[in-house]
Design a protein around this ligand. Structure first.
Ligand code: ASP
Length: 344
């Protein structure tokens, strides 16, 4: 039987085409996708489209939008073999990370892609990204199960685990990086799947579960030389805050000044969760490596291991949305839920 794919258009650069006469960029009609990108017909797949109205620049994405996407996938889950989500690149890593936590027991591919140049432009990267994403979303293994049953980002011939990505380049076609986890597939003449890095569901019986409660009472505190006590204190005392991501140096290090450690300690004693994520893109937090990290561990700062900030943030949204107990959230934070962290 031919594969069937639901192509979901949310907005972003990919959905633009150039009027051949005026040169102006206009939104692309995704309802006529097979006419607009005739190459897709060669697959012989059934490709249905769904467009968000109006399409949005991904800088405008809010959590409600993730819930809409998750519910859309849930309501069409049984009718399609895979889902391709066309999305602006600016916040694609946040959306892919969020969806990875929201879609529990996922057994079908959910592939985010987009482009740096509009699909209707001569040198566009959009066509290859779209065509390969559809092929990957339809790919099955020898038993007929999905080849990549994960939330992924496909860009410039690389398939990444979504919650491991960061937008890294605003100019180059290779816009994304997954510094701490290998690519799941690479497309050249063939699409080569790196099956040992793909995560497969333990049980085929568990049904898809959509976790759609997200609590955004989280903030990101990036430390820098010259950071002041006044700034840290007012940040940590922000009303309604339940957790912060502390973006530290190197392998999870922060200033040892007593005012700094005391400010964090008081916040933790009040019940604030502090998650340590490195400002470095590659490598991991190791709070045992230096005395500066050991101090943080002692006062109860939680390790984010090798998490991206995008994955840490959306994992907190998801956990805080579903758990009221601070200690329970802290316990689950150090668990690897969707392949987002590597625990040594
Ligand atoms: N600003 C655009 C967006 O993220 C950029 C893009 O699509 O690449 O929606």
């Amino acid at each position: 039987m031919n594969s069937s794919i639901l192509l979901i258009y949310t907005g972003g650069t990919i959905g633009m085409k150039q009027d051949p006469e005026t040169g102006a960029l206009m939104p692309f009609n995704f309802n006529q996708i097979l006419d607009e990108v005739p190459e897709l017909k060669k697959f012989g797949y059934k490709i249905d489209t769904y467009s968000f109205e109006p399409p949005i620049d991904s800088s405008d994405i809010q959590t409600g939008f993730w819930i809409e996407i998750a519910r859309l996938i849930e309501s069409h889950y049984d009718n399609y073999d895979g889902f391709v989500i066309l999305h602006g690149t600016d916040t694609m890593s946040y959306s892919a990370s969020a969806l990875s936590f929201m879609l529990e027991n996922l057994r079908k591919p959910v592939i985010f892609t987009g482009s740096q140049l509009p699909i209707g432009m001569l040198r566009t990267d959009g066509k290859e990204n779209l065509i390969s994403s559809i092929e990957i979303a339809a790919a099955k293994d020898e038993k007929g199960d999905a080849m990549v049953p994960e939330v992924c980002v496909y860009f410039e011939s690389q398939l990444y685990r979504g919650n491991r990505t960061t937008k890294y380049n605003a100019e180059n076609f290779r816009a994304f990086r997954s510094a701490n986890y290998p690519v799941l597939a690479e497309s050249g003449i063939h699409i080569r799947y790196n099956r040992s890095s793909i995560s497969y569901p333990e049980s085929k019986k568990a049904n898809l579960k959509v976790n759609d409660k997200l609590d955004t009472s989280v903030a990101i505190l990036k430390i820098f030389p010259g950071i002041t006590e006044q700034f840290v204190e007012s940040f940590l005392n922000m009303k309604g805050l339940r957790a912060i991501i502390l973006e530290t140096y190197g392998s999870g290090n922060a200033p040892t000044a007593s005012w700094f450690i005391n400010s964090l300690r008081k916040a933790i004693d009040r019940g604030l969760i502090i998650l340590n994520v490195s400002q470095c893109h590659a490598g991991k937090v190791d709070m045992d490596a230096y005395s500066t990290g050991i101090l943080l561990k002692k006062i109860g700062v939680v390790s984010g291991f090798d998490s991206t900030t995008e994955a840490a943030l959306t994992k907190l949204f998801f956990l805080l949305g579903h758990e009221t107990e601070t200690q329970v959230v802290k316990n689950i934070l150090v668990e690897n839920l969707r392949g987002e962290i590597t625990i040594n």
